[in-house]
Design a protein around this ligand. Structure first.
Ligand SMILES: [Zn+2]
Length: 314
């Protein structure tokens, strides 16, 4: 059975995993993300060599190393041009790693990798055309056409979170106003939750946050909406509206078979998904006479980054 190495580079830690062709994680190790790119390359390169050895393998036993990394990356050259999370500019990551382990490398943006992983091994297995949102601090996007990643010129496309949803709307991290990210990310949800609490001092959300607005997180509104708190329900209703309208925009562009939602906010599970599906169904997913799109949650969980990175080599 074929084996792959998947690497998930995050701001705090780097996860390395051995994955088989069924998408099972056979072994895993985690190393700290060093503060500068050169140290990251050294630590990761040495860890890859050690990890293979510990598992009784050499580079000949694996198909290659897949890497998921936050930021703007050119897949063809293996260069990370810019990563805000890591504080990197023009890092020749793949060239650097080859000095330690001579293997085939494939690299892509973490949101792309998450989407590919769900199609090859996860929730969207069996579908060919899939769009995914990763609902975290920001909104990441991934587009799979015919079971292959669509990344655009120099792999810089698929920034689905930075399409404008509300003209002249909320400020976005990208410099534009009214992007999907400025309404559907956890940061946006927290902002809207705080506003709702300030407008309603009787809301149960105050009690949930121990009467300190700094304790508000992405779960606050959902938790109290489940308790039928009106202000919380309104926050959730608005969130569902923005998210569903964004999904329908991409359904009309790509008409995928499935739309996958991943990231922290999807921990709300059925409570969120049922509302999104109901909203979209009422509006025929955009227009009449077109096939409905299956809206599903990601299933790869905590190791999605590793398994998705390995999927780059499949
Ligand atoms: Zn934006």
């Amino acid at each position: 059975m074929k084996k792959y190495i998947g690497v998930d580079i995050g701001g705090m830690s780097i996860k390395i995993g051995l994955v088989n062709e069924e998408g099972n994680l056979l072994a895993k190790t985690v190393v700290k993300t060093e503060s500068d790119a050169e140290s990251v390359i050294k630590t990761l390169g040495e860890s890859l060599v050690r990890f293979l050895k510990e598992n009784g393998l050499t580079e000949k036993d694996i198909e290659g190393v897949g890497i998921g990394c936050p930021g703007a990356i050119t897949g063809a050259t293996g260069v990370v041009e810019y990563s805000n999370n890591l504080g990197w500019k023009n890092v020749r990551l793949v060239d650097g790693l080859k000095k330690y382990l001579d293997a085939q490398y494939k690299i892509s943006n973490d949101a792309n990798v998450a989407a590919l992983g769900e199609v090859i091994f996860g929730a969207a297995k069996g579908y060919s055309d899939v769009v995914m949102f990763t609902l975290g601090t920001g909104v990441g996007g991934g587009i799979i056409i015919d079971k292959k990643l669509y990344e655009g010129n120099e792999s810089k496309g698929a920034e689905l979170g930075h399409a404008v949803l509300v003209l002249g709307g909320e400020e976005c991290t990208c410099g534009r106003k009214g992007c999907i990210e400025a309404y559907c990310s956890a940061s946006a949800l927290i902002r809207d939750t705080k506003r709702a609490m300030l407008a309603d001092t009787e809301s149960k959300m105050w009690e949930y946050a121990n009467n300190d607005i700094n304790n508000v997180n992405g779960r606050t509104a959902f938790a109290m909406a489940r308790e039928n708190d009106e202000s919380a329900m309104k926050v959730v209703e608005n969130y569902v509206m923005y998210l569903s309208e964004s999904i329908m925009n991409y359904c009309n562009i790509f008409r995928p078979e499935a739309f996958v939602l991943g990231g922290g906010i999807c921990g709300e599970g059925k409570f969120l998904i049922d509302k999104v599906v109901a909203y979209c169904e009422k509006r025929h997913y955009g227009y009449q006479g077109t096939p409905a799109v299956k809206i599903i949650t990601a299933t790869l969980g905590n190791d999605a980054g590793i398994i998705g990175a390995a999927a780059l080599l499949v």
